[in-house]
Design a protein around this ligand. Sequence first.
Ligand SMILES: O=C(O)CCC(=O)C(=O)O
Length: 290
Amino acid sequence: MEDKRRRARVQGAWAGPVRSSGASYAAPVSQCSGIDNLPASIGQTKRSREQPVTKLQFVFKEPAEVTRRIPELRVIDKAGVYDISTSAAGVSRLHLFPSFIDPKEADWMFEHLQKEIPWSQKTNFRQDGFYQEPRLTAWYGELPYTYSRSTMQPNPHWHPLLTMLKNRIEEVTGYIFNSLLCNLYRNDKDSIDWHSDSEPSLGKSPVIASLSFGDTRTFQMRKRPGHEEHGDYTYVERVHIPLDHGTLLMMEGATQEDWQHRVPKEYHTREARINLTFRTVFPEHSGIWQ
Ligand SMILES: O=C(O)CCC(=O)C(=O)O
């Protein structure tokens, strides 16, 4: 898809002498309005059009057409480390581990998590009022967690399966996590809208480990536009990552500062999906919040 925008430019320029065989085209003075009022020296040009023009004259040019292309969508679906952007905030890095959990093992984990996690529906707040988040969640850790202007109370009693998964991710990635947001998307209509995990309690450049089970959903990312775009996301880079059963996605560096993500509703049937996002939350008095 391409959008052609004409930018206002000065429609012409003062050109030097134009020879009759020259590359640039000088509009014959006879095409200019008000010819009769021109000084005699210019008026002569009308009479001797075949003669080389030796005076400066205004050359009309078509305004330049500036073509802006919407960057091509990038799909990431193979194992690897991907630096998706670099800015003053640093490198935004993704690390994808498909089949981090073996499919058979992932099947029984999904069953246990769906039955045994104390799922509940959160009530969030936005400008037009309160709304029920279209998914179920559970929060584990020592500290409360606030997003969308609603706070989840901590549950320090980790399900043993969650502790085992946390340990396994820590061993492989070398990061340590102290909290976990569990998400249950009951069907294709459950979703989470554009946001970034950039709450002050997560500190600067938070690392998020996101482990998925169940039906595949597309994790969509879009880059935050520069100030000159005034909040217009039309031309930003986009990345789609299909997150399937047992896949681990690590988001590191400036990813939360420079990108947003969402899991949109789908318009064809999807079965349930569980997503576990391991994070590190810092206490308010740690100084990290400033
Ligand atoms: O479900 C997912 O893959 C993403 C969840 C998410 O972005 C969040 O809970 O902050």
